[in-house]
Design a binder for this molecule. Structure first.
Ligand SMILES: Cc1cc2nc3c(=O)[nH]c(=O)nc-3n(C[C@H](O)[C@H](O)[C@H](O)COP(=O)(O)OP(=O)(O)OC[C@H]3O[C@@H](n4cnc5c(N)ncnc54)[C@H](O)[C@@H]3O)c2cc1C
Length: 475
């Protein structure tokens, strides 16, 4: 460690205390590697401020000395956005100690939380106030609201409640020069000038550090019914979705799809979560209906839509969860697919979104093209079908071959899949973001005009490129 690093560390220690400037390599390790273990970096230190003022002071020190900063929440991101670069010249700013609930306003249906509040804790705090916070995703036990907002996280309730962006009314942000931007207003309407809040949502820490947010709350549904439905094809899954949209409208709160190969992988790594439906089925779909009237009303709705679907042939079998434990198990099935993939080894991830009507064509074309070119591959295709979002992931023929397959074929398979996405007017990142993984694809995907505007925004807010450089956009 050079002397200047030591002097810097002393300055950080004066702000947050020596215990919260982490430099010992064993303690630093978890901050340097991402959840997928795909990216590994080095850092001068990981700093753990406890207040917005402390974040501001740390950022001012970094700005004065031109030290690049990497904001980090729960470190569950999928694109390496929270991992520092390998040169060891950056610092990680972890928001994990900023974990207070600042206010709950049940009349305004809002909760004001600091960025380091874990998503599950936020859901629990809402429930304590007899309210519902709908953002939900597999990593909710460790991801944090600041990370959720910075990635504009999606999850399993987007089709009814929207992404993290739609759930946020106001933000507090520390800008790259250390200044605090306070827009912590719980307003549903505010047409005064440009919408600065939305700039920081989905910016993956490249424009500033979110330190707190005002989030929307909702009434708790009276009843929720969950069903697992087998469907013969991607076309069938889309028809089933359309039937539920027509029949249940806003009461449809979840619609998740899993392919046969996703279910086989799940069964292999988590046998207790094997599908209870007779199979294999080309696809199984998890459907959730929420109701504000009564349990009977929700059940009638579920049964009548399923009856029609079974008659039409877009569903071939279905089980409605008979109790909360079984409903939980259905959700566990869906949430454990990415965990089974992680157990299996590396896979080539595509977090794509498409117009829902284009999904069957996308799946048919890509499956055929990839299977012809790479025989015996496993296509682990699952996702938030209700949002047009597929996790179309490709793995080598067996667990033993995943690393070799990943290293050898990632680039060419990604290029093939993304070309199909572009043809169908889709997006190469539905919910995981760009991070460092997709920086090289951004310009081609968004086009020159949009890309130049994004560069101009980045340069205006962060002229010295100190806020998470190398992520989202290359300057
Ligand atoms: C099992 C599993 C399931 C998942 N399922 C989903 C899913 O269904 N939907 C979905 O959208 N994602 C999903 N993810 C991805 C991930 O959980 C989300 O992207 C999540 O929102 C990241 O939150 P985090 O706190 O872990 O952020 P981190 O990983 O720590 O950071 C993510 C990015 O945000 C930046 N950042 C973090 N905190 C701040 C802050 N306070 N201010 C500014 N920038 C910040 C980081 O620099 C980084 O660029 C899943 C991940 C796992 C492991």
């Amino acid at each position: 460690m050079s002397l200047s690093d030591q002097e810097l560390i002393q300055q950080f220690q004066q702000v947050v205390g020596a215990d919260h400037v982490i430099t010992a390599s064993a303690d630093l390790e978890p901050y340097l590697i991402d959840w997928r273990k795909r990216y590994r970096g080095q850092a001068i230190a990981a700093i753990r401020p406890a207040s917005t003022e402390e974040v501001s002071k740390i950022v001012k020190i970094c700005a004065a000395h031109h030290i690049a900063m990497v904001p980090q929440g729960g470190n569950t991101g999928m694109c390496g956005g929270a991992t520092p670069n390998p040169e060891g010249c950056q610092i990680v700013i972890s928001l994990q100690r900023m974990n207070r609930v600042r206010a709950v306003d049940t009349s305004n249906q809002t909760i004001t939380v600091e960025a380091g509040v874990v998503l599950q804790t936020l859901q629990e705090e809402a429930a304590k106030a007899n309210r519902y916070f709908p953002l939900s995703l597999g990593a909710e036990g460790s991801c944090m609201i600041g990370g959720n907002l910075s990635t504009n996280a999606g999850g399993t309730s987007v089709l009814r409640y929207g992404n993290a962006r739609e759930l946020c009314l106001g933000l507090e942000v520390v800008l790259p020069n250390g200044e605090i931007l306070n827009s912590l207003r719980g307003l549903r309407k505010d047409n005064t000038g440009y919408d600065l809040r939305d700039l920081f949502i989905g910016a993956e820490g490249s424009l500033g550090i979110i330190t707190a947010a005002v989030m929307k709350l909702f009434p708790i549904p009276v009843a929720q019914w969950t069903a697992l439905v087998a469907t013969p094809s991607a076309e069938g899954a889309v028809e089933l979705l359309n039937r539920f949209q027509a029949g249940a409208s806003a009461q449809l709160t979840g619609f998740e799809m899993m392919s046969d190969e996703s279910l086989a992988l799940l069964k292999h790594y988590y046998p207790a979560l094997a599908s209870p439906l007779a199979g294999p089925n080309p696809y199984e779909v998890l459907v959730e209906i929420s109701d504000y009237e009564s349990s009977e009303h929700a059940m009638q709705l579920m049964e009548s839509i399923l009856e029609g679907a079974l008659e039409s042939g877009c569903a071939s079998d279905a089980i409605i969860a008979s109790n909360i434990a079984q409903a939980r198990k259905f959700w566990d099935m869906r949430e454990h697919v990415p965990l089974a993939q992680a157990d299996d080894g590396q896979n080539i991830k595509h977090d794509v979104s498409l117009p829902i009507s284009a999904i069957p064509a996308f799946v048919t074309t890509c499956n055929k093209m990839l299977r012809e070119k790479y025989p015996n591959i496993r296509i682990i295709n699952y996702g938030h079908l209700g949002d047009g979002n597929l996790h179309y992931n490709v793995a080598g023929p067996s667990s033993a071959e995943t690393e070799h397959f990943f290293t050898t074929y990632s680039k060419e398979i990604q290029a093939l899949v993304y070309a199909e996405v572009e043809k169908l007017n889709g997006s190469i990142s539905a919910e995981h973001g760009v991070g460092q993984q997709k920086v090289d694809y951004l310009e081609g995907h968004r086009g020159s005009a949009a890309y130049q505007l994004m560069r101009a925004v980045k340069q205006a807010l962060d002229p010295h490129n100190l806020m998470n450089p190398g992520k989202v956009i290359a300057l």
